[in-house]
Design a binder for this molecule. Structure first.
Ligand SMILES: CCC/C=C/C=C/C(=O)SCCNC(=O)CCNC(=O)[C@H](O)C(C)(C)COP(=O)(O)OP(=O)(O)OC[C@H]1O[C@@H](n2cnc3c(N)ncnc32)[C@H](O)[C@@H]1OP(=O)(O)O
Length: 309
């Protein structure tokens, strides 16, 4: 029989087994699972750094339903994966991505054609759009900073994706297009919400979203979509991985709390943002990371190593 004193005794007597039991109810954090994904190639090139590559190069990394599902699965895994502290997101082959897979869209249109009633068609579409939205949002929900490394074309859904990332680097030859309007739809997986905030100009954002005008890396840097441009893809990946490595060398507590609060502060008042970080830091300022990092700064000693979360 459980009594309060017995539970307390157990808690103090065997903290390790309590932790093990508590962890067992959490979802899996298995890096191996990421290797089974079909449309993404996931690697761990440096300690605590993951590289996620869109991997349908023969289809210019166009987004199929499987790819939307796997992006969501991948970033949900990395969100709680203790071996991951920073992520680079790139595209394999000629282009970063050609956006949504238009062939799948046509097939979906045909399938919907078989359903007669308009509200029943809507019933099919709603969870699908929600899945695609959640897939993009998984980059933002993921606590680990995501660096998008864009080369060549980044079209439609590609812009939705990179604006949910934390940092965007590109090659000189990169170009961007909020192209949804050209396929007869309003963008619905994030560009209309995140892109104007990222570039900080409603006027330019609306111009680009209403017209689907293609714009190049120099304009992308000027408007703040991209923060750094590289000569070619090799230098881009090296630069993105170096940045990820630097981020991964910092306290994971500090970096992840910073991301959480910056995302939160995007659509909250300054006071709400301050309230949020005050509540977080009243706990996190008691962390071993804080003491270790402060001591390292004071002594100008070796770079600190932070334990896994
Ligand atoms: C609920 C929905 C939420 C999400 C919505 C998202 C919407 C969007 O993403 S809108 C944007 C959709 N994408 C496009 O309109 C891009 C279309 N493609 C192109 O403009 C060009 O192909 C591209 C600039 C990417 C490359 O041009 P390039 O001259 O190098 O190659 P192509 O000869 O045009 O294409 C080669 C083959 O690839 C196929 N392909 C290209 N893009 C797509 C795509 N998005 N989906 C499916 N297939 C694509 C193209 O048809 C060629 O195929 P094949 O003729 O069989 O060789």
């Amino acid at each position: 029989m459980y009594t309060v004193s017995r539970v307390v005794k157990n808690l103090t007597a065997n903290p390790a087994s309590i932790l093990t039991r508590a962890m067992s109810v959490l979802p899996k954090r298995n890096t191996e699972e990421l290797k089974t994904l079909k449309t993404l190639s996931v690697s761990n090139p440096k300690p605590y750094v993951f590289h996620v590559q869109l991997n349908r190069p023969d289809k210019y990394n166009a987004f199929t339903k499987q790819m939307w599902l796997e992006v969501k699965e991948c970033f949900e895994n990395l969100h709680i994966n203790p071996d991951c502290r920073a992520i680079v997101l790139s595209g394999a082959g000629k282009h970063f991505t050609a956006g949504i897979d238009l062939t799948s869209m046509m097939m979906l249109g045909q399938e919907l054609g078989e359903v007669e009633d308009v509200s029943r068609k809507g019933y099919v579409m709603e969870p699908l759009i929600k899945l695609y939205q959640d897939s993009v949002s998984a980059l933002e929900v993921c606590q680990k900073p995501v660096i998008a490394a864009v080369h060549s074309a980044c079209i439609g859904a590609g812009v939705d994706f990179i604006t949910a990332a934390d940092i965007r680097y590109s090659t000189k030859d990169a170009w961007f297009q909020v192209k949804e309007v050209d396929i007869g739809m309003a963008a619905d997986v994030g560009s209309l919400q995140r892109f104007p905030k990222v570039i900080g100009s409603q006027s330019l954002a609306r111009e680009l979203c209403f017209t689907g005008r293609k714009f190049l890396s120099d304009e992308a840097v000027k408007c703040g979509l991209v923060s750094r441009v590289f000569e070619n893809q090799e230098e881009l990946l090296q630069g993105a991985l170096e940045l990820a490595e630097l981020i991964a060398s910092k306290s994971p507590i500090a970096v992840q709390a910073t991301k959480n609060n910056m995302v939160y502060s995007l659509d909250h008042t300054n006071q709400e943002g301050l309230d949020n970080i005050r509540n977080v830091n009243k706990l996190y300022l008691q962390s071993e990371d804080f003491l270790t990092a402060v001591a390292a700064q004071l002594t100008k000693g070796e770079k600190p190593n932070f334990s896994k979360l």
